[in-house]
Design a protein around this ligand. Structure first.
Ligand code: SF4
Ligand code: SF4
Ligand code: F3S
Length: 269
């Protein structure tokens, strides 16, 4: 994966909580330093760039011009469109303008996290900023969605590795998620599935069934309608069943567009 010419990456944060970046910082294969020093050339990232202010903004514009048609654009966070997009401003301009400008010359576009993929937290309920997904504001462009709140960093890294290795996107499902990561229902490969099949359920947090690791369906688990590799990939590389259901919490469907907490408004009026 280590190439003489590292592909440039421009990462723009919109209405986000930094969780998607925090998750990436904890990746181990490759590590974040291996990724940004050996594999890619990170031209702009509001959290990780050493420069700040005018300097980093100028570098982004230089990269957009210099690497036109070659760079990967990554966006985390939802994009507010209400009132001309004034609810997320960077360098005196609405973030939607920054994203549209960067999308024009991008070789590939990735929405990382459920906010960027579906609208996420900010789009739920009354949606005060009219928060939208990346695809909503870039109609006609192919946007690869890596949902999750935050997503497993290895699903993002594997997508980047696929791009670097084969010079093309991995196979995508009907919601533009990489099939290698989102091809199967969590319920299909959940460690609690034998309890589901046998009719053994936890009915309250802390009850006997919960303590014995029974199925969490009656506590609202969305695993039967959520696609993802959470149960097999797990999180944080520490082993021992570190994923929501593994630690006793029902899946809330954070990978999905219209399931659980990710329900929101997804289409521009
Ligand atoms: Fe934060 Fe989750 Fe949105 Fe990522 S998807 S920016 S972790 S709220
Ligand atoms: Fe399915 Fe959830 Fe039960 Fe696992 S805990 S078997 S994902 S319903
Ligand atoms: Fe999210 Fe459910 Fe996976 S809550 S992290 S999709 S187990």
């Amino acid at each position: 994966l280590t190439k003489k010419t590292r592909p440039p990456v421009i990462w723009i944060g919109a209405q986000e909580c930094t969780g998607c970046t925090e998750s990436l910082l904890r990746s181990t294969h490759p590590t974040i330093e291996n990724l940004i020093l050996d594999m890619i050339s990170l031209e702009y990232h509001e959290v990780l760039s050493a420069a700040a202010g005018h300097q980093v903004e100028a570098n982004k514009h230089r990269a957009i011009e210099q690497y036109h048609g070659q760079y990967v654009l990554v966006v985390d966070g939802s994009i507010p469109v209400k009132d001309g997009g004034i609810y997320c401003m960077v360098a005196g301009k609405p973030i939607i303008d920054h994203i549209k400008e960067a999308a024009e010359g991008a070789a590939a576009i990735i929405a990382i996290g459920s906010c960027s993929s579906w609208g996420g937290v900010a789009s739920i309920g009354v949606n005060p900023t009219d928060a939208r997904s990346l695809q909503d504001i870039l109609p006609g462009k192919t946007v690869v969605n890596i949902p999750g709140c935050p997503p497993n960093p290895h699903n993002f890294l594997a997508t980047v590795a696929h791009l670097l290795t084969y010079n093309k996107l991995p196979a995508l499902d009907d919601k533009n998620r990489p099939k290698f990561a989102y091809g199967r229902l969590i319920h299909e490969h959940c460690e609690r599935r034998p309890h589901f099949d046998a009719g053994r359920f936890a009915t309250e947090f802390g009850d006997d069934g919960h303590r014995q690791g029974y199925c969490l369906y009656k506590l609202g688990c969305k695993g039967p309608e959520t696609y993802g590799n959470c149960s097999t990939l797990e999180f944080c590389d520490v082993g021992g069943g570190i994923w929501p259901v593994g630690i006793g919490h029902p899946c809330i469907g954070c990978n999905e567009k219209d399931v659980g907490f990710s329900k929101g408004i997804h289409q521009l009026a």
